[in-house]
Design a protein around this ligand. Structure first.
Ligand code: 5GP
Length: 139
């Protein structure tokens, strides 16, 4: 079964499409967190970031790079929060990779990404060293 975003790509359900090329598309979020809240997707259906092939990932970033200033200028935003919820446990509701571009305004109360958590994780130096080693060995 295709995702709701694939149905938008196919024109089966309406959306306010603001950009489209061969491999990517951008459209307004149906439940905007701020005026101009835009989603950028690969047209093909991939659930998680690392399911996206490298060439499509490059196209996706190019579209994000194009859309951030377009969105900011259109709604006179001071900044943007640009984010992916990557996986269900991270809050991803639609299993089709999408980048949120959320316009931000001074005093909008949204806070930084750090506001999602109560505070920094309690980790000792040796744990941080081990984690860094594990990540480095896989990079
Ligand atoms: P997620 O929580 O998966 O990161 O974000 C999914 C986003 O898709 C939400 O912000 C939600 O408002 C948006 N959304 C869900 N269904 C539709 C839809 O049918 N059309 C559009 N334009 N946005 C949608």
């Amino acid at each position: 079964m295709s995702t709701i975003f694939s149905q938008i790509v196919e024109g089966e359900i309406p959306a306010r499409v603001v950009y489209e090329d061969e491999t990517t598309m951008a459209f307004l979020d149906a439940n905007p967190l701020a005026p101009g809240h835009t989603l950028v997707i690969p047209k093909d259906e991939y659930e998680r970031l690392n399911d996206v092939p490298e060439d499509v990932a490059a196209d996706l970033y190019a579209t994000i790079h194009r859309m951030v200033p377009a969105v900011e200028e259109s709604v006179d935003a001071d900044a943007t929060t640009v984010a992916f919820n990557n996986g269900e446990e991270a809050g991803q509701e639609v299993p089709h990779v999408h980048c949120h571009i959320v316009p931000r305004f001074e005093g909008d109360g949204g806070g930084p990404i750090h506001a999602m958590f109560g505070g920094p994780a309690d980790l000792e130096d040796d744990e941080l060293d081990d984690i860094a080693d594990e990540i480095e060995s896989r990079a």
